[in-house]
Design a protein. Sequence first.
Length: 422
Amino acid sequence: MSEHKKALVFAGGGSKGAYQIGAWKALRELGESFQIACGTSIGSINAGFYVQDDFDAAYEMWETLTADRIMTNGINFDKSLEGILSQRDQLIPFIKTFINSKGADVTPFHENLRHYFDAEKFFSSPVDYALMTVKYPSFTPFEVTKEDMLPFGEDAWKWMAASGAAYPVFPVMNVNGEDFVDGGYYDNIPVATAFKRGANEVLVIDLKTEKNHEGYIHHPRVKYIKPSRDLGTFLNFEKDALRFSMSLGYNDTMKAYGHFYGLQYTFIPAPGDVEALCAVASDFIDLLTRSEASFDFSKYVSKRQRVNTLEGSTTILSDVLSVDKPTDTQLFIAALEMLLKSCSYEIDKNYRLGDLLYQLKTEADSLYPMLERGSDEAFPYVIGFIRSHSEPKNPVNKKLEEEDRRLLIFTAVLRALQQARL
């Protein structure tokens, strides 16, 4: 029987690639290892670091990365025009360089690659490697394997530069007399490349929040980890943005492997917390199901309308999860995050799961016995609970009183916490 091989595939995405370094950090802590690494664009560079087993060097590169270490007279492209114009001292020199070079002058980017590429480590590594680039001007795909790169020796980094030549922002990259541009023009997530290299399982570290690569999204041997929050633009090298991406990559990977919990929030369990969470979640579903079944939706139903168009609190939560048949725990986590967001809980903070549940239980206990009344009678107390937490700059949605299904969800969360043994 042939060796079982796992592949790590890094998507392209420019500065958002810092997310993959955070993911790699988590994978190291989890003891995960891969026999194949593939990537496109920035993903090909991060995959190269993985082949070299050079996490510290990768972390150093991303920690010290700036726009000027990518482009001569570099500027950061965030989402706002104001953000670009605020760099007007750098903007005019950048535009002049861009026009003269027929694209950004990426000499600093190439110098960075040359500095961090270690041919001895790369070619002696047992980890296989491949990247995706595209021939220019034909725009035909061109896979490059470790074997293909071997004759180039110390200059093999040029193939990674070719994979990351984000034309027309970056100029085309010439390698061995041929021109190439960014591999993302053909395949930004080279899963097929990994399977062709002999992978039996593939872990994808994507850089977009939406679903990508629909052909493999449901494949039983492909696991996807993607950002739970938007990472911004692909050419924003501001320190805070890069550190945010790394932190998010770490947390999302820990969640994907079941060591952390949460969707956009991050909940870190201590021993015993998971059992408590599962118990609260089970009570939550029981309470929500009964209260929704007993709730009078008739005021919303016209003569020719059926109530089943209005029921479905679990459907609301499932849509948040993007899961067809979620577990009780997944549904409770989605509901808890809805409540925390309404209560203005900080999202960029890691919460100790047990401490958070105990704190919320203590506060919910203060509403006893009001929550034990019928849903209509309990709603004003739930609204008051949320308003007591909301910041002035983030007032409670004025329509909350009209959103009965959300209020049913919030009431069930607080009731489940009240009766929990924490």
